[in-house]
Design a protein around this ligand. Structure first.
Ligand code: NAP
Length: 229
């Protein structure tokens, strides 16, 4: 049987790095994408040594058109790639009227445009094969637009709606499509002060979050809200 090869965006840290670890333990070869090549290389070296899988690193800023096009081309043309985890995302906006419009553009480019274009790049091949996996990381904030900031939850609501539509279109062709909606998960997306200000029972550890999401994937869940049974 040929091995899976999974491309994971935002794999240099947080949720994406744990997905990389878990897919490596499952024997999948990996392509890890993020901006910080040094962090990706360090993770890749560890995963090669621990799991014996092949790990390639692509340094790319997915909010930038040229870098996005490079990763898209790879997903479109490389028949070995059997899965995509669209995980890279940023939050960090202030009140809407106080946030730099350029920051919002970057946020929308990464959280919406890159997710759409990368999904499109792999979808044609997976649909033709009738196999493969597409995991899109959204957020519980997609369900609570009045409880957070203005733009980030809206980007995540887009990803949820988009993924649900793809479940209909690609799922019927044999592709596994999953939307994952993490709650508050202890990663660098939050400042230490923000996490410290939250009741501990509301904060998930990143390993628990990813393991719960993968349990949902294995059960064939279309939408997984990790850590809820
Ligand atoms: P994180 O620890 O900050 O990791 C974000 C990852 O995305 C990093 O690997 C970062 O790597 C990469 N990234 C950021 N900007 C990028 C860009 N322009 N191009 C390419 N890669 C980029 O955050 P996280 O919590 O793991 O977040 C992962 C996903 O989970 C995001 O989509 C986030 O919205 C979602 N999520 C998180 C939580 C939570 O509470 N943590 C809750 C719900 C949803 P580089 O800096 O090296 O590029």
């Amino acid at each position: 049987m040929t091995k899976d090869t999974i491309l994971i965006t935002g794999a240099s840290d947080g949720i994406g790095a744990v997905y990389a670890d878990r897919f490596a333990r499952r024997g999948a070869n990996l392509i890890l994408v993020a901006r910080r090549a040094d962090k990706l290389e360090a993770l890749a070296a560890r995963l090669r040594a621990d799991s014996g899988v092949s790990v390639e690193v692509i340094a790319a800023d997915l909010s930038q058109a040229d870098d996005l096009a490079r990763v898209e081309a790879r997903l479109r043309d490389d028949d070995a790639i059997t899965g995509l985890v669209n995980n890279a995302g940023i939050a960090g906006e202030q009140a809407f009227v106080e946030t730099d419009p350029a920051y919002l553009t970057g946020l929308i480019n990464l959280n919406i445009l890159a997710v759409t274009r990368l999904s499109r790049a792999i979808a044609l091949r997976l649909a033709a094969k009738g196999a493969g996996t597409l995991i899109n990381i959204t957020s519980v904030t997609a369900l609570m637009p009045d409880g957070f900031t203005a733009v980030y939850p809206a980007t995540k609501a887009y990803v949820l709606a988009f993924t649900e539509a793809l479940q209909v279109e690609l799922g019927s062709k044999g592709v596994k499509v999953q939307a994952v909606l993490p709650g508050i998960t202890r990663t660098a997306i939050w400042t230490a002060e923000q996490i410290a200000g939250l009741p501990p029972h509301m904060v998930m550890d990143v390993e628990v979050m990813v393991d719960a999401a993968l349990a949902g994937l294995d059960m064939g869940e279309a939408i997984t809200i990790p850590a809820l049974p």
